[in-house]
Design a protein around this ligand. Structure first.
Ligand code: SAH
Ligand code: SF4
Length: 343
């Protein structure tokens, strides 16, 4: 759904009073109506205008799959130009509902361990295509008398290479007239695009920032994340420091545990040294299989040992619970070509 101001302009240009825009927004976001025909507040000529000119959804559901536990719900969407993206709804035990959105079709960055990068890059998503992923799940949850509480930009794509649309989508997600999701309940994950991290500290200081670190030094990092050549760790860490000084916000560092690549004791010590005295949190992510030859996840014991070393150095650390592996909906498994058989 396009945003209020654009909607108003469209109406006024077509001789319809702009207050109709507020009525439509209210019907869509507060009453959960996704057909103009149900919007009793609108006169029929206005309904007709909308039906002819403005589809509520910019994305169309193609397929859905639900994990065996029922906690994870992945949806494949088709965009107006036929391209496909995926988004995931996660239901946590404590009742929280989190939507993981895509920000691009594919990704230019080709991290070795990630399925999204493998398919290449097609294009950026518009702000509307981003917020409509959330609207889709919001509507699904309406029947359970529930709503989306958190949004994470951890689906397909690098959010900071589609910066303007991501920032605009965040302001819509936060808007009381639409989703009313608190900025602190929104997380953006980046592979470490330095200029945009700086910009983000000014534009969205309450939004949570997660950095995909995945290695304690440039040698390992560049071998699994090509973007690390452009933005070396020293510069990245300096930028992160500036970010926390400016925002007083704790950065969450993501670290995917790769067997024999980045998971040794000495890697853990090196990581602790790198993050020493930073206001941060480390999230160890079990590697989700993506068909990369020779790449394996660390064992549970190895991950526990790695965690212990960080704790020894007083670095706050957790191991991420990965939901939805059985339907390829976990981190790094979204590829926009889901082949499930539901829906
Ligand atoms: N492009 C952004 C956000 C999307 S990826 C980024 O890279 O941060 C979301 C998280 O999943 C990132 O931390 C990413 O590194 C991680 N990830 C990618 N592939 C993975 C895999 N196969 N197993 C586990 N985590 C993976
Ligand atoms: Fe792109 Fe993130 Fe995947 Fe790397 S991990 S290829 S940056 S989506």
């Amino acid at each position: 759904m396009i945003e209020l101001n654009e909607l108003r302009t469209l109406l006024v240009e077509n001789g319809i009073p702009s207050y109709r825009a507020n009525q439509v927004m209210h019907a869509v976001y507060k009453e959960g109506k996704i057909n103009y025909s149900n919007m009793t507040v609108l006169p029929s000529f206005v309904k007709e205008f909308f039906e002819m000119n403005l589809p509520i959804f910019s994305i169309e559901k193609v397929r859905e799959s639900i994990s065996s536990s029922g906690n994870t719900h992945k949806t494949l969407f088709r965009l107006h130009d036929g391209k496909k993206i995926e988004a995931v709804l996660m239901r946590f035990k404590d009742g929280r509902k989190t939507v993981c959105v895509s920000s691009q079709v594919g990704c230019t960055l080709k991290c070795k361990f990630c399925a999204t990068g493998k398919g290449g890059f097609k294009r950026n998503l518009t702000y509307e295509e981003i917020t409509d992923q959330v609207l889709y799940f919001q509507n699904l949850l309406k029947d359970e008398d529930s709503h989306v509480g958190n949004v994470v930009f951890m689906g397909m794509g690098e959010p900071f290479l589609n910066y303007d649309n991501v920032i605009k989508s965040i302001s819509i997600l936060n808007d009381p007239i639409t989703f009313n999701i608190g900025l602190r309940n929104i997380t953006v994950s980046t592979s470490g695009i330095i200029p945009q991290i700086k910009q983000f500290a000014d534009d969205a200081r309450q939004v949570k920032l997660a950095i995909s670190l995945h290695a304690p030094n440039d040698k390992i990092r560049t071998s699994i994340m090509p973007i690390a050549k452009k933005y070396p760790l020293k510069e990245l860490m300096l930028t992160c420091k500036e970010y926390t000084e400016k925002t007083h916000r704790r950065i969450s560092y993501e670290y995917v545990m790769l067997r024999g690549i980045n998971d040794s004791d000495s890697n853990a010590h090196e990581l602790s040294k790198l993050l020493h005295e930073q206001l941060c949190h480390v999230n160890l992510i079990p590697y989700n299989e993506t068909n990369v030859k020779g790449m394996k996840g660390s064992t549970k014991n190895r991950t526990e040992q790695f965690k212990k070393i960080l704790e020894l150095h007083k670095i706050p650390v957790t191991v991420r619970i990965s939901l939805g592996k059985d339907i390829k909906a976990a981190c790094g498994q979204l590829a926009g070509k889901s082949s499930c058989n539901l829906g």
